[in-house]
Design a binder for this molecule. Structure first.
Ligand SMILES: [Zn+2]
Length: 338
C-alpha cells in the first residue's frame, strides 16, 4: 500500500518522542464527553494514543462526523505546553529534524502566495478594507495581502514576541486570543490559516468570528482533511496529535460550518489534496440533523479498511535501496507536515 508512516516507522518515531512524552505525563488533562459542535455524546473511538505515543483517545462524533480528542490537556496545560518548548521538542523528535527560522519563513511565504492566487479578485483593493488574521503569528500572510491588495491588516496571536514582529512590519498587532478579545471593531475579511485544529473551543471561536465580521464579510479558513490524511499516512494513531483538538473532513465540513453560521462560497485543494481551504460567508445557523448510525458507517468502514491495510504494511519495503526510499519518504512527508 505504501502508507507514509508504517507500523515500524511509527514505533521508531515514538521511541524518539519518548522522553518528551514522559515529561508531559504530569500535565493537567481533561475528558471530553460531548462533541463541541453538535453536543452529542455518541462517538466512535478511533485510537487510544496519539502519533507521539501520548495516551489520548481520538473519537469521531457519530452524530455530525467531527473528529476530536476525547482526552486532552486543560487550557492551562496547553498554555504551558506551547510556552515551555515541549511542543517544539515533540514535533521535532517525531519529524527527526528541527525546522529553522528560514524554513518557517519560506513555508509562510509559499503559503501566502498560494492564498493570494485563491483570493485574487475577491478582495477590494482599498485601504479602508480591514483584514484580521486570527492566530496569524508574525503576520507574513496578512502582510502579503496588505501588500498585494492595499488593505489594512491586523493580526491577533497569543505570542507577544510574534506580535512585536508583526508590528515591526507595519501591521496592527493584538496579543491574545479571538475568544476573549473584547472589541467594537468589525472586519471585511477574517483569515484563520492552519489554526482551526488547534482551537480549544471550536464553536465558541467561530461564533466570535461571526460577530467580528461585517454583514457581507468573508471568512477564509483551512483545514487538514482527516480522512484523506489517514488514507495517506495510515492508522488514525499516526495522524492524531495532542495539539489538534479537532479535525474536519471534506465530507462533514460544509454542514459543520453551516451549523455555526457559515456557508461555503468556494473551496480549493491546492497545492495538496489533503489540505482544504474554504471561503465562507455568514448565513443563519442551521441545526445539524443528527446522523443515524447508518450514515456514520461509511466513514467508520473506510477507517476500518485503512487500519486493516496499515497493519499488513511490511516493516521494511523490499526492492528499493534504503537511501532512495528515505529521500522519497522525506519528500512525501514534507507535503503533509510530517
Ligand atoms: Zn457532533
Amino acid at each position: 500500500m505504501g502508507f507514509l508512516v508504517s507500523p515500524a516507522e511509527l514505533e521508531l518515531r515514538r521511541n524518539r518522542c519518548r522522553s518528551a512524552v514522559n515529561s508531559l505525563s504530569g500535565a493537567p488533562r481533561q475528558f471530553v464527553s460531548r462533541c463541541n459542535v453538535c453536543g452529542s455524546e455518541n462517538s466512535c473511538v478511533l485510537a487510544y494514543n496519539d502519533r507521539y505515543g501520548m495516551p489520548l483517545r481520538t473519537a469521531m462524533c457519530t452524530a455530525c462526523g467531527l473528529v476530536y480528542l476525547m482526552d486532552r490537556l486543560t487550557q492551562d496545560g496547553y498554555s504551558d505546553f506551547y510556552r515551555d518548548g515541549a511542543y517544539r521538542q515533540l514535533t521535532s523528535a517525531f519529524a527527526g529534524s528541527v525546522a529553522t527560522i528560514e524554513d518557517l519563513q519560506a513555508d509562510q511565504g509559499a503559503y501566502a502566495r498560494n492564498l493570494m492566487c485563491f483570493l485574487e479578485g475577491r478582495v477590494p483593493r482599498d485601504r479602508s478594507v480591514r483584514v484580521l488574521d486570527v492566530g496569524g503569528s508574525s503576520g507574513q500572510v496578512v502582510q502579503e495581502l496588505a501588500h498585494r491588495f492595499g488593505v489594512y491588516g491586523t493580526v491577533i496571536d497569543p505570542s507577544a514576541e510574534e506580535i512585536a514582529a508583526a508590528r515591526r512590519i507595519g501591521l496592527e498587532g493584538i496579543v491574545g486570543t479571538v475568544e476573549v478579545w473584547d472589541t467594537a471593531e468589525r472586519f471585511d475579511m477574517i483569515l484563520m490559516c492552519r489554526t482551526i485544529e488547534h482551537l480549544w473551543d471550536l464553536r465558541g471561536s467561530l461564533e466570535k468570528i461571526r460577530r467580528l465580521l461585517t454583514p457581507d464579510g468573508l471568512f477564509y479558513c483551512d483545514f487538514l482533511d482527516y480522512m484523506e490524511l489517514c488514507r495517506m499516512t495510515g492508522h488514525p494513531q499516526t495522524v492524531s496529535k495532542v495539539d489538534h483538538c479537532y479535525w474536519l473532513t471534506l465530507d462533514n465540513a460544509p454542514a459543520l460550518f453551516r451549523s455555526m453560521g457559515f456557508d461555503v462560497v468556494s473551496l480549493h485543494m491546492v497545492p495538496n489534496p489533503q489540505f482544504i481551504g474554504m471561503l465562507l460567508r455568514q448565513c443563519a445557523p442551521t441545526s445539524i440533523a443528527p446522523m443515524q448510525w447508518t450514515q456514520a458507517q461509511p466513514a467508520i468502514r473506510a477507517l476500518q479498511q485503512i487500519i486493516t491495510d496499515w497493519k499488513r504494511e511490511p516493516g521494511r519495503r523490499a526492492g528499493i535501496p534504503t537511501r532512495v526510499r528515505r529521500k522519497v519518504g522525506r519528500i512525501a512527508r514534507n507535503a503533509v507536515g510530517l
